[in-house]
Design a protein around this ligand. Structure first.
Ligand SMILES: Cc1ncc(COP(=O)(O)O)c(C=O)c1O
Length: 453
């Protein structure tokens, strides 16, 4: 579409305007050097020169896709781990392998405690091996769905799900299972009683999204867990958007399976994630291979963590994930959340005041993560995303964001929305730049398209 030129997103020298993404957390948190201001080598253009992307000029509002930048401690820990001890644990008894094993085990312990996974007994002495590492939330969710649901079984899930639940469930339905996708209310909240009403004698699993990657709406896990516990059906939760962002108590919410990703709110690198399996939950392993122990056994081991882990782990990634978790604990999860929700409030108030802008889904600030979806009248969302990127250096995510059913619910199918998702390194200045950019884009369209067309 036209109109992508001429917005005041650059200064006279053609530099993009807006604050640096790695500025210190404003509102009282200490500065962090995240290295994101260093120029990054980009792909080579036709000229044969390396294109350089000045990361300090980018306003990154796509933290729901992956958090960026990562704290320096994450990069440093990964580099140090690979340099000093990057060998395969469990395969030999040498000192380096034992150190790698201790790093993995320590991270299991830390994450188990973080989610109050019900793996740690009073005094914290219980073995945390029922927390297994995977490459991402998608793999964790596949482990749960493939390990529990068979032909003839019924699954209850919701219209808020990401394709990493919708698609594996649909594959099960194609293979003879049944599924119910519970519809939320107009804001996007699920009534836990609706989950109870859909449970049948053959329901093997309830699987729900905790925080929506489209609108930020956060479900009441305590109430949903109570309904599932009363019905005797295991509850699995997709915490891709909430792990590290909102405290989650797996034990109190009676969650049987908690799937998390490492590269979003936990500030780990990509290629990290995991699944916590409650003490009383049963699941079959569906990935088989080497474990480094008891190699003569012809079938895959059934004890944890091997039951759900096979092959070499992403060691440097897990070390980085551990550093991300430490960083959150140093900053304080509540303090990070206060910062992000404060910025969301500013953004929402600013966008609500612009003619032609429509926010989709909940506007509540509580029971929400700092993610919002909007459209501008007369624009295709993907064009808005391109203009924000090219003319203002603002990175958002457009389209259906891998969650088509919630778009159907909010009436934003098939073109989707523009999604802004905030992180701890965003600043008020950046939010003001975003509001100004959206106002200019909306005004330009109104000037270009006479009313009524
Ligand atoms: C709600 C939700 N679930 C699952 C996923 C998949 O996460 P991963 O990239 O770790 O597989 C995402 C990623 O965007 C998500 O937002």
């Amino acid at each position: 579409m036209g109109g992508a030129r001429g917005y005041a997103g650059r200064d006279r020298e053609g530099r993009r305007m807006g604050g640096a993404p790695n500025e210190a957390l404003d509102r009282g948190l200490a500065p962090v050097d995240t290295s994101a201001s260093r120029p990054r080598e980009g792909p080579r253009g036709d000229s044969g020169h390396s294109a350089r992307v000045e990361m300090k000029d980018v306003i990154y509002l796509d933290n729901a896709a992956t958090s960026f930048p990562k704290p320096d401690a994450v990069h440093d820990t990964m580099r140090d781990f690979y340099r000093d001890c990057g060998v395969n644990p469990g395969r030999t008894g040498c000192d380096l392998a034992l150190a790698a094993e201790e790093m993995i085990h320590g991270t299991r312990r830390k994450l188990s405690r973080f989610f109050n996974a019900g793996l740690i007994g009073a005094g914290g002495a219980k073995d945390p091996n029922r927390l297994v590492f995977t490459l991402n939330a998608t793999m964790s969710l596949n482990l749960v769905i493939n390990g529990l649901v068979h032909a003839g079984d019924h699954v209850v899930t919701t219209m808020l799900e990401h394709n990493s639940v919708i698609r594996p469930v649909n594959h099960k339905v194609r293979d003879g299972a049944e599924a119910t996708f519970v519809r939320p209310d107009g804001e996007g909240y699920i009534d836990p009683a609706d989950i109870g009403r859909t449970i049948r004698p053959n329901t093997k699993l309830v699987i729900v999204n905790h925080g929506s990657n489209v609108t930020g709406v956060v479900q009441d896990l305590g109430a949903i867990g109570a309904v599932c516990a009363r019905a005797g059906v295991p509850l699995a939760v997709d915490t891709a958007q909430t792990a590290g962002v909102i405290p989650i108590d797996m034990h109190a919410c009676r969650i049987s399976f908690l799937a998390f990703t490492g590269h979003k709110g936990l500030f780990g690198p990509t290629g990290t994630g995991g699944l916590c399996v409650a003490d009383d939950a049963e699941i079959e392993g569906t990935v088989y291979g080497g474990t480094g122990v008891r190699s003569a056994v012809p079938y895959h081991l059934t004890e944890y963590p091997y039951r759900l882990e096979a092959g070499t782990q992403n060691l440097a990634g897990i070390a980085g994930l551990s550093a991300g978790l430490d960083w959150i604990e140093r900053r304080g999860i509540d303090e990070i959340r206060r910062h992000e929700i404060g910025l969301l409030a500013e953004l929402q108030a600013g966008l609500e005041g612009i003619d032609g802008v429509r926010i989709h889904g909940t506007r509540r600030l509580e029971s929400r993560v700092a993610t919002m979806s909007f459209t501008i009248e007369g624009y295709d969302p993907s064009d808005v995303g391109t203009i924000l990127d090219v003319d203002y250096g603002i990175q958002t995510r457009t389209g259906l964001q891998c969650a088509p059913l919630i778009h159907e619910h909010h009436g934003t199918t098939p073109r989707g929305t523009v999604r802004a998702s905030l992180g701890p390194f965003n600043t008020s200045e950046q939010i003001r730049t975003m509001i100004g950019a959206v106002a200019e884009v909306a005004a330009d369209r109104r000037a270009a398209v006479p009313a009524g067309r």
